[in-house]
Design a protein around this ligand. Sequence first.
Ligand code: ZN
Length: 93
Amino acid sequence: MMGGNNDWRLTNQEKFLKGSILVRKRYVKPREDWDHDHCVFCWAKFMEDERSDALNEGYVTSDGRHWICLTCFHDFHESFEWKVELRRQEEHQ
Ligand SMILES: [Zn+2]
């Protein structure tokens, strides 16, 4: 049986991500010795360094533990029923 959940990126993330509240923001490294994270779906890399070819922005859970890239957010937000917390955008363009 082929269902709608056979995407290679899906590895039971619903256990910790179903219905989560997400915030869209720029990636900021959590610690001096921890400079990147990966999208929990496709493993795209997030880094603070804009000169790198990694992503600089994405969606993160409110506890800051899980990052989701914009593509995966677009693909999965309906099935995971995420709520996006709106925060005033304080950065200048
Ligand atoms: Zn992704």
